[in-house]
Design a protein around this ligand. Structure first.
Ligand code: KG4
Ligand code: ZN
Length: 364
């Protein structure tokens, strides 16, 4: 273990699964209630690169990761005032995600670990998002129910014991963040759409537009092991917003360059957000009751949403459960959460060999 840290492990984490190149140093604290501490964390976002295309372009993303990774890892080590040889192990996201993007991080982490003679720890991206809650707020009372909700994922997990994640439900079509981004595009609000809708919704009437709420009652024939009633679906509400917008544009006789009135846009944002947030939280709290959860959590980019956070906090208070939500820096993709999940796995004895590969559809 690192000299001078009294046997506490220091982990270098690397994350490149989508459009953020990230590296971080996280150490064990020795306190079982708050097991990890972020020493440094660097994120190079590619948001500006992808904005003009209205979404992430995989080939551009992997090329940009190659350009950024040396500087980002260097920045994380120098921010921690450490050399590579001061780190006890290297943790890397090996899936799920864009395969070309993942490959950059996996190949880089393998080279570093081999060069430094340190073990390599494979991390599932969603395990990273879940452990971001522990990194931020300490160990969660178990069993816990955690929703990971981002641009690529909307999945509900039960955590029966530390480091175990059982899938309870997931989206059958769009991720919630993807629905935010698509609706924002329909309204001409730019990319990424989540923050813009969140902001505009504050001044809108959330009952102004009647939108459908999808409730899945049957098991998914592609995943019979899941109960089904805890699954999500957002393509219906997205299509309903699209139809509504087309109808209003026709009624107002707007030209292709003309936008709907600000008031109407705010009402659509607020109504869409009410439906998405209540669909998410209904499943979370239904699962929490069914599973006898002692805490609940929200992780991933959409967990930054103001209404989601407020409503989750008030529903958790009514249910008498602590609600774990990451701060802004840990909610979107970062490597501190990967290093934290890596520390959990390292302590369990998990190591990768040099054949570790990127897996676009890796299961947790
Ligand atoms: O976790 P993340 O950074 O990347 C992955 O998709 O893995 O999440 C990005 C997503 C985008 O879809 C973005 O629109 C959404 O999170 N998002 C939000 C908010 N901030 C980011 N959605 C709703 N409200 C927000 N405040
Ligand atoms: Zn993510």
């Amino acid at each position: 273990m690192t000299a001078g840290t009294g046997g506490l492990v220091t982990m270098l984490g690397i994350e490149t699964s989508c459009d953020e190149t990230a590296a971080a140093v996280v150490t064990e604290t020795g306190d079982p209630a708050r097991p990890w501490r972020v020493v440094s964390s660097v994120v190079a976002s590619q948001m500006d690169l992808h904005r003009e295309w209205g979404g992430v372009v995989p080939e551009l993303a992997s090329r940009q990761h190659i350009r950024d990774i040396c500087g980002v890892v260097d920045g994380a080590l120098s921010g921690a005032a450490l050399r590579l040889s001061d780190c006890d192990a290297v943790a890397v996201t090996h899936g799920p995600g864009l395969v070309g993007s993942l490959l950059v991080g996996v190949a880089f982490a393998k080279s570093l670990a081999w060069h430094a003679g340190r073990p390599l720890v494979p991390v599932h991206h969603l395990a990273g998002h879940i452990e971001s809650l522990v990194l931020e707020g300490g160990e969660m009372p178990l069993p816990a129910v955690v929703l990971v909700v981002s641009g690529g994922h909307t999945s509900l997990y039960r955590i029966p014991s530390r480091g175990r994640y059982e899938l309870l439900g997931r989206t059958r079509d769009d991720a919630a963040g993807e629905a935010y981004d698509k609706v924002a595009r329909l309204l001409g609000l730019g990319y990424p759409g989540g923050p813009a809708i969140d902001r505009l919704a504050q001044s809108g009437d959330d009952r102004a537009v009647a939108l459908p709420r999808t409730r899945l009652t049957h098991a998914d024939r592609n995943a019979r092991d899941l109960p089904g009633h805890l699954d999500f679906s957002f393509s219906g509400v997205k299509t309903a917003v699209s139809r509504y917008v087309i109808g209003r544009r026709t009624a107002l006789e707007l030209g292709p360059e003309e936008a709907l009135p600000d008031r109407e846009i705010a009402d659509i944002c607020a109504s869409f957000q009410r439906v998405v947030v209540s669909s998410l939280l209904d499943r979370v709290f239904e699962a929490a009751t069914g599973e006898g959860a002692r805490s609940v959590g929200l992780a991933g980019g959409v967990s930054a949403n103001g209404r989601l956070r407020r409503d989750a906090a008030s529903r958790a208070a009514v249910a008498g459960l602590p609600c774990f939500v990451p701060g802004a820096a840990l909610s979107t993709d970062n490597a501190a959460m990967i290093a934290a999940a890596g520390l959990r796995r390292f302590a369990e004895g998990v190591r990768a060999d040099w054949s570790l590969n990127a897996e676009a559809s890796l299961r947790l």
